[in-house]
Design a protein around this ligand. Structure first.
Ligand SMILES: [Fe+2]
Length: 206
C-alpha cells in the first residue's frame, strides 16, 4: 500500500517573548488508508481531525514546542486517541502553552516511528529551539523540517531559546548531508529541496 503525504494549512498566531504574530502553519499527515501520524498540530483541531478521516493515529509528532505548532495538540490527541510526542529539550516551551500537563511521550535522536509500512527517523536539529527535530521519511525521499529549514534558509533564531550558530551546525551537519533531491517539507510556507538549500546556505556567513 502506498504511503501518502497530506498537507493541511491552518492559521492562527505565534506568541513568544511578549510579541504575537499572525502565522500560517503546515500540518503533515503521513500514512495510508488505515493509519497515520500527524506532524505538528497547530491552531485548528477540527480541521486536523477532519483530515484524519477516522484513520488510526499512531502518534502526534511535534517538530518543536512553539505554541503555533502545538496549540491544537491536546484537543487533537484527545479526539483521535493518540500520544503527543516531543523532544524533552523543548519542555520549557511546551510549559508556556500547557503549564499543567506534559507530553505523553518523548522522542530523541535516532528514534524510528513506523507507519503504513514505512518509517520516520527523528533527527535532532537544535537551534530554532533546543528540542527542534526533523523527521526523515527516506522511503519517500522527503524530510519534515518544522522551523529548522525553510524554503530560503534557516528558521528564525532571534527569540528566546534559539541559537544561530547551533541551527547552522544542525542544518549543515544533519540536513545538507541528505541526498540533494530530498524534498524538504517545512513548518511554514513552500517545499524546497536539500540541493536548493545547500545553495542558499552557501551564501550564509557564519
Ligand atoms: Fe517555531
Amino acid at each position: 500500500m502506498t504511503v501518502t503525504i497530506e498537507n493541511l494549512v491552518t492559521s492562527g498566531t505565534f506568541s513568544l517573548d511578549g510579541g504575537t504574530w499572525d502565522v500560517d502553519n503546515n500540518v503533515w499527515i503521513v500514512g495510508n488508508d488505515d493509519e497515520c501520524v500527524i506532524i505538528d498540530s497547530p491552531h485548528d483541531a477540527a480541521a486536523i481531525i477532519n483530515q484524519v478521516r477516522g484513520r488510526k493515529v499512531l502518534a502526534i509528532l511535534l517538530t518543536h514546542a512553539h505554541n503555533d505548532h502545538i496549540g491544537a495538540a491536546r484537543e487533537v490527541a484527545a479526539a483521535v486517541g493518540a500520544p503527543i510526542v516531543l523532544n524533552p529539550e523543548d519542555l520549557v516551551l511546551w510549559k508556556q502553552a500547557y503549564p499543567d500537563t506534559e507530553p505523553d511521550r518523548y522522542h530523541g535522536e535516532g528514534d524510528v516511528f513506523e507507519v503504513g509500512g514505512t518509517a520516520l527517523l527523528a533527527i535532532h536539529t537544535p537551534g530554532h529551539s533546543p528540542g527542534s527535530t526533523c523527521f526523515y521519511l527516506e522511503s519517500e525521499g522527503t524530510v519534515f523540517t518544522g522551523d529548522t529549514l525553510f524554503n530560503g534558509g534557516p528558521g528564525a533564531t532571534g527569540r528566546s531559546y534559539s541559537d544561530y550558530p547551533t541551527i547552522l551546525t544542525s542544518i549543515r551537519e544533519r540536513l545538507l548531508t541528505l541526498p540533494p533531491e530530498t524534498v524538504v517539507r517545512t513548518g511554514h510556507g513552500d517545499n524546497t529541496t536539500i540541493g536548493a538549500e545547500r545553495e542558499t546556505l552557501a551564501k550564509v556567513s557564519q
